[in-house]
Design a protein around this ligand. Structure first.
Ligand SMILES: [Zn+2]
Length: 435
C-alpha cells in the first residue's frame, strides 16, 4: 500500500518546500526578526503536509513555529486558554487538530459540503460513554485514508531523539548530581543517559515545566495517532497516524531516532488497542533550506519569543502567540485564547458532539476521560517509561464563558470558517489548496 512507502529524496525535498512555501505566505509579524541591537532571531518550524500519492498532491494544512514552554504553575489558572507547550512540533499537531475540526464543523453546518479531507462514517452520533471495560465511542468523522500524513521538522525533536545532536534545543549548563534521577530528567541533564523521558529543555534557573520533550510526546503519537483528546471523540484515530517524519539531512541520527521512537514497541495491548494502532514512524531527510533556522541566524542568534500558528482552513492568515496566548491580547480573557488552545478546541468538539444526543459532560477532564481506552493506553506508557510524570491539571468548565465574553471573543471563531457564516459579515470562501 502506498501508505507504507518510504519517501525518496526528491519527494522529501518537495514536501519540505511545500511547508516552507506556506510559511513564506504568513505575515512577517509572526516570524523571527532582527532585534534593535542587530541580534538575529531564529525559531524551529514544524508542519503537517498531507500527501496523496494517487494525484501527486501535497497540501500543507497546518504549520507552527516555536521553542518556548509556559511554566507549570501558570497552567492551574489557565482555564484552557494558555498554550503550555509552544514547541513547533506540538503546536503543529494542535493546528492539525484545529484543521480537522474546522472541516467537521463545515460538514455539520452544511451537510452538502464535500470535504476533500474528511469522510463521514456514522450518520448518527452516539454520545460516548465510558465504562471500566471499554467505551462505545463511534467517531463520526475520519481522515480520508487517501492522505498520508507527513510531518516536516526543521530541527531534531528535543529530548531523547536529539541527545547525540550537540546544540539541539536550548543549551544548558547544569552540573550533574543536582538532580534526583527518579524525576523525569530536565532538558539535557545527565545527557549520557539515553532512552529516558525528559522534560522540555530550558535554562536550569527557569520555573519548572513538567512538559515532556517532543521526543517523548511524538513517541506516544505512534500509538495514539495525531488526533488529540478530546478531538478523538469525534474523529477516528485509525487513519490519522503520522507516516513520516522529515528532518534536515545534516541532522538525522538514525540510531537516536530508532532508540527514542522504538520505546513505543509492545505498549499497545489487547486491552488498550481496539481504537488504536501501533504505527511506527518512518523518517526521511530534506535539503530544502529554511530561512529562520538556528544555523541561518549564526552564533549571535537568539530564539524568538513568538510562535506562529497557521491552519489552512482558518479564516485568519496566521496567529501570533507569545507566552502561550495571542499576541496583543490581555492575559486571562477569552480573546487571549489561541484557536488551538484546549478551551477553543474543546468548545468545538462539544459543538460537534451535540449534533447527537445531549452530552452531559461538564468539565474538560471529564471530556478527556470519556475515551477510557486512550486513558489506559497512556497509563501503560506512563508505567513502562521511567520518569513519565503528568503536568499540572488544566481543568475548566466547558460552558464557563459568559455570553458577552463569547461574543467579544475573536479567538475560536477566527480559526473556524464554519462558524463565520453565523456572523453578519459575508462568509469567506475556503482557500484553494496548492498542489
Ligand atoms: Zn521540543
Amino acid at each position: 500500500m502506498s501508505q507504507d512507502r518510504l519517501l525518496d529524496d526528491e519527494t522529501a525535498d518537495s514536501v519540505a518546500a511545500t511547508a516552507f512555501a506556506a510559511y513564506s505566505r504568513c505575515p512577517s509579524k509572526t516570524k523571527p526578526t532582527t532585534r534593535p541591537d542587530g541580534t538575529p532571531e531564529w525559531t524551529n518550524l514544524a508542519a503537517i503536509v498531507l500527501l496523496r500519492a494517487t494525484h501527486q498532491e501535497q497540501v500543507c494544512v497546518a504549520l507552527a513555529t516555536g521553542v518556548k514552554t509556559t511554566p507549570d504553575k501558570t497552567i492551574r489558572s489557565a482555564k484552557g486558554r494558555i498554550l503550555h507547550d509552544c514547541h513547533a512540533e506540538i503546536l503543529a499537531l494542535r493546528a492539525f487538530n484545529r484543521f480537522l475540526i474546522n472541516e467537521c464543523l463545515k460538514i455539520q453546518e452544511n451537510p452538502s459540503y464535500l470535504s476533500r479531507y474528511i469522510i463521514v462514517k456514522n450518520q448518527q452520533v452516539t454520545a460516548p460513554r465510558s465504562t471500566s471495560t471499554g467505551n462505545n465511542i463511534k467517531a463520526r468523522y475520519s481522515l480520508d485514508p487517501e492522505w498520508r500524513i507527513c510531518m516536516v521538522i526543521t530541527e531534531v525533536p528535543c529530548g531523547d531523539a536529539s541527545m547525540e545532536n550537540l546544540g539541539a534545543g536550548i543549551e544548558e549548563n547544569w552540573s550533574s548530581g543536582e538532580l534526583d534521577e527518579t524525576f523525569p530528567l530536565r532538558g539535557r541533564a545527565y545527557f549520557a543517559k539515553l532512552g529516558v523521558v525528559r522534560t522540555k529543555p530550558g535554562r536550569s534557573d527557569a520555573p519548572l515545566s513538567l512538559s515532556k520533550s517532543c521526543s517523548d510526546k511524538l513517541m506516544l503519537r505512534q500509538l495514539t495517532s495525531a488526533i488529540q483528546s478530546p478531538a478523538n471523540l469525534v474523529i477516528d484515530p485509525k487513519n490519522a497516524y503520522i507516516s513520516t517524519l522529515l528532518v534536515p539531512k545534516d541532522r538525522l541520527n538514525c540510531a537516536s531516532f530508532e532508540r527514542a521512537f522504538g520505546r513505543a514497541v509492545g505498549l499497545l495491548t489487547s486491552t488498550n488497542g481496539n481504537r488504536y494502532r501501533d504505527v511506527r514512524f518512518r523518517w526521511a531527510t530534506f535539503r530544502t533550506p529554511y530561512e529562520h533556522s538556528r544555523d541561518a541566524a549564526g552564533e549571535q542568534g537568539k530564539p524568538s519569543n513568538v510562535s506562529l500558528i497557521y491552519v489552512l482552513n482558518g479564516s485568519t492568515q496566521a496567529e501570533a502567540v507569545i507566552k502561550g496566548i495571542r499576541m496583543g491580547a490581555k492575559t486571562g480573557t477569552a480573546a487571549s485564547a489561541s484557536t488551538v488552545s484546549r478551551a477553543c478546541l474543546a468548545e468545538d468538539v462539544v459543538k460537534l458532539l451535540q449534533a447527537g444526543p445531549a452530552d452531559s459532560r461538564r468539565t474538560y477532564s471529564e471530556l478527556k476521560k470519556a475515551d477510557s481506552e486512550r486513558v489506559r493506553l497512556k497509563e501503560t506508557v506512563r508505567q513502562s517509561l521511567e520518569g513519565w510524570q503528568s503536568t499540572a491539571e488544566d481543568e475548566f468548565a466547558l460552558d464557563e464563558r459568559v455570553p458577552s465574553e463569547r461574543a467579544a471573543q475573536d479567538g475560536c471563531r477566527a480559526g473556524s470558517e464554519a462558524t463565520a457564516s453565523s456572523r453578519p459579515s459575508p462568509a469567506k470562501k475556503p482557500r484553494k489548496e496548492r498542489s
